[in-house]
Design a protein around this ligand. Structure first.
Ligand code: PRP
Ligand code: ADE
Length: 225
């Protein structure tokens, strides 16, 4: 999926009739976010360049920029309508752990529910479970059966897509419960790992180099390991 945004969309966050030049606002937000990221070579294992998003959450203005940029994108790509299916997104599904940092706030902005995908053994009640492989290991994901109702429109969010193993597993759980995955939304993508090719629904990443004036990977802070 491309990052095409209309020149102007209506924001439902504050005033439904207020229109903004959202493309320009979105580009500015993404440039700011990109500059705040850090990289750590050889973490958590040799050969892995770890992309650290935590600086965003340490600064309220960056945190707000992240939520607003995602909100602009979703209201453009999946707007609510007056005809079925009405809701652009019914449920935001966030992946443990970093999808929990912004999934609930985004859900609140969109008027959607938030449902977690957790590592196995953490959730009470009846769950669906799936194993998956990611960039640095193998793991199990679970969701509560009560989390998704058949036919609900689901947005899956996480900080980063690498091999796509985690996101595909989350999508499989949502589908098992009868949900419809309308999009996978990430802050970042390791595109050389081609993770998006594993996913059946549209994939969107905020910092994919398409934002106007976007900085290259080499311009982020790289910490000593
Ligand atoms: O595309 P993939 O190869 O599957 O990798 C991406 C996943 O890896 C990271 O999570 P991690 O499993 O390290 O868990 P954490 O968020 O609990 O640290 C990241 O937050 C994604 O969920
Ligand atoms: N390189 C990476 N940096 C941060 N999180 C990741 N998850 C999978 N690969 C990752």
């Amino acid at each position: 999926m491309t990052s095409q945004l209309p020149a102007t969309i209506n924001s439902v966050a504050s005033d439904p009739t207020e229109s903004r030049d959202s493309t320009e606002e979105y580009s500015t937000l993404c440039r700011t976010l990109r500059k705040s990221l850090r990289q750590y070579p050889n973490f958590p294992s040799p050969g892995i360049l770890f992309e650290d998003i935590l600086p965003i959450f340490a600064t309220p203005s960056l945190h707000e920029s992240l939520i607003r940029a995602m909100e602009i994108h979703i209201l453009s790509a999946h707007p609510p309508s007056l005809t079925p299916p009405f809701a652009g997104v019914d449920v935001v599904v966030g992946l443990e752990a970093r999808g929990f940092l912004f999934g609930p706030s985004l859900a609140l902005r969109l008027g959607a529910g938030f449902v977690p995908v957790r590592k196995a053994g953490k959730l009470p009640g009846e769950c669906v479970k799936v194993s998956y492989e990611k960039e640095y290991g193998q793991d199990w994901f679970e969701m509560q059966v009560s989390g998704i109702k058949p036919g609900q429109r689901v947005l899956i969010v996480d900080d980063i897509i690498a091999t796509g193993g985690s996101a595909k597993a989350a999508g499989d759980l949502v589908t098992k419960l009868g949900g419809v995955v309308v999009e996978y939304l990430f802050l970042m993508e390791l595109d050389f790992l081609k993770g998006r090719e594993k996913l059946a629904a549209p994939v969107f990443t905020l910092l994919n180099g398409q934002e106007e004036g976007g900085l290259g990977v080499g311009e982020r802070d790289v910490e000593e390991s």
